[in-house]
Design a binder for this molecule. Structure first.
Ligand code: ARG
Length: 565
């Protein structure tokens, strides 16, 4: 329920309009002060009074009115603080959550479309730990936007074009073994690629051969295209295993090569708009007026570039999906690239250029350090990270709960969940040093902690299996520990919206930790089963609401919540 609305409806018009007040309402620094607060500093200048005097006046007006309201008001400094009646919030918030069924169904479509470019792996290159953030953040945003009623188009903009495919073909024809590639997939392809670079150091002829093969791909030679398709399918088969484990799907795998026949159109358009300029034989868009390096469109040999393809892709996405927002979840190293691409679109006169957003994130490294270079072959595969986490989870479960059923399934959910949560709980722009021990700790700010709290709620429910949640007496929940949980539960929708607006799943992660902590604080002080019936019922309904929100919130973070662990 919208408690801020209740406040703004009550005091709207006293010093400011309802909507102004609504926008200003916040949460006090400490819960003892109140559940919500209205800072009055903004009104001070206009009213020529101190914020404190203004807060006092609003309170006086309210005190003189005799109508019922579900909150009390106090003045502290320049703030007006509001404290809601505990029974009132319990009796409104909990039934609202309970009535939503077992899962929170997506809201009705809002008619808007979001294109979400994420994960976007490269063919015949490892799917490594550097892709963890784009994959996790994009996958989570996909679910979050769906929940909010958007039509979401998940796009894996495959890196499937470039001279390296000529090298791959040479390496595969010279040293490749179909059976080996069949069984070891991308690992085998990457080894061939590494070998090519080693051998080419002593044998420059190899580079010429590679160029010739790439030319054949460009010219549509069937043998070359066949091999190229083969590398693509081997890679996709491998990465799809990881996507399946993460519960991620894409609506489109249109990668860079998909735009081959659309690049002439882009160049024509830029020409028509007078944006292209020749520089040392290359075609560029000059950005010296904007304090940016130029955007390279065609190399002097006529070859297109990454940016050329992204221009074609953006135009294609607008034409095909008519997006309201076009998001790119890509590392901050590509800040300049996207700035340039969006600027070119703007200069072309596309008003939708403003709807294109780069959602950048930081770098990931593994605790203990390992460099991430494909050429040296020294790289941490994401599949290995997941597998290691699952094995470690299995060990922990073996220690903590050896008699658990479905141990392997739970270990998978805990291990994979731990990796995902670690990726999704840091503000995305920060660099992340990945640590298995931290990710898998049961009492840190981790997935296992949330999953454990969820399983605790579930076991509480099972213990009281025959208790029906009807005929409730919500006055049982008028203590502060219960109220803290209920106020948090009530913020869930708002948190999802905030996470979507800021493209920041970590807002949801932090919220779930707060909720779990506050529930666990409630849990130690309040017995649920074995109390008087009306007490058991009320506390059980609170516990059930927490279970539902934890399960649902984890799901929006791509994480499963086992019933037992
Ligand atoms: N494949 C690229 C890389 O690994 C990321 C592509 C991101 N998407 C895009 N439309 N440029 O760096």
């Amino acid at each position: 329920m919208d408690l801020k609305k209740i406040i703004s409806e009550t005091i709207g018009g006293i010093t400011a309009s309802e909507s102004d007040i609504y926008a200003l309402i916040g949460v006090p620094a400490s819960p003892e002060m109140g559940d919500y607060c209205l800072p009055c500093f903004k009104f001070a200048k206009e009213l020529k009074k101190s914020p404190q005097a203004i807060a006092g006046e609003i309170k006086d007006v309210l005190d003189r009115r005799r109508d019922y309201r579900p909150f009390t008001v106090s003045v502290v400094g320049g703030y007006l603080n509001f404290r809601f009646d505990r029974t009132f919030i319990a009796s409104h918030v909990l039934p609202e959550i309970m009535s939503g069924g077992e899962t929170f169904a997506p809201k009705e479509s809002n008619g808007k479309t979001v294109c979400l470019d994420y994960s976007s792996i490269n063919i015949a290159k490892p799917f490594h730990i550097g892709h963890l953030l784009t994959t996790a953040i994009g996958g989570s945003l996909y679910r979050i936007y769906r929940r909010l009623g958007y039509n979401v188009v998940g796009i894996n903009h495959l890196g499937d074009w470039g001279t390296q495919f000529g090298k791959m073909i040479v390496a595969y024809l010279k040293w490749g073994d179909e059976k080996d590639v069949e069984s070891r997939g991308v690992h085998a392809l990457v080894e061939l690629y590494v070998r090519f670079h080693k051998e080419a150091e002593n044998d420059p002829k190899l580079d010429d051969e590679a160029r010739a093969w790439f030319k054949k791909i460009e010219d549509g030679n069937p043998e070359a295209l066949g091999l190229f398709e083969y590398f693509r399918s081997v890679t996709l088969k491998d990465v799809n295993k990881v996507y399946d484990r993460l519960g991620i799907k894409f609506d489109s795998y249109n990668g860079e090569s998909f735009y081959n026949d659309k690049l002439d159109g882009v160049v024509e358009l830029l020409n028509k708009k007078g944006l292209l300029k020749e520089s040392e034989g290359a075609q560029i868009v000059d950005f010296s007026d904007y304090g940016m390096p130029p955007c390279l469109i065609l190399r002097s040999d006529g070859a297109s570039l990454y940016a050329t393809r992204d221009l074609a892709a953006a135009i294609y996405r607008k034409d095909t999906y008519d997006f309201d927002k076009n998001l790119y979840v890509v590392a901050y190293q590509q800040n300049l690239h996207f700035k340039q691409v969006f600027k070119v679109l703007e200069l072309c006169g596309f008003d939708w250029a403003k709807d294109c957003v780069h959602v950048p994130f930081g770098m990931v490294s593994l605790e203990g350090g390992a460099s991430l270079s494909t050429r040296s072959g020294n790289v941490v595969y994401l599949s290995d990270v997941l597998e290691t986490a699952v094995q470690k989870a299995e060990k922990v479960i073996e220690e903590k709960n050896p008699s658990l059923e479905n141990k392997r399934v739970v270990a998978e959910q805990v291990g994979v969940g731990a990796v995902l949560f670690m990726a999704l709980s840091t503000s995305r722009i920060k660099d992340l040093v990945f640590s298995y021990d931290k990710a898998l700790s049961f009492d840190g700010e981790t997935a296992p902690y949330l999953q454990y709290t969820h399983a605790r709620c579930k076991s509480v429910r099972d213990k009281c299996a025959d208790v029906k949640l009807e005929g409730m007496d919500f006055s049982v929940l008028s203590d502060e520990a219960s109220a803290a949980v209920i106020l948090l539960l009530n913020r869930y929708e708002e948190v999802i919206k905030d996470a979507a607006e800021k493209y920041e799943p970590s807002i949801l992660s932090k919220y779930l930790i707060d909720l779990a902590q506050s529930y666990n604080a409630f849990y130690v002080g309040h017995r649920i089963s074995g109390e008087e019936e009306r007490v058991t019922k009320a506390r059980l309904s609170l516990s059930e609401c927490v279970r539902k929100v934890l399960k649902d919130g984890l799901n929006l973070l791509l994480i499963n919540a086992p019933d037992q662990m």
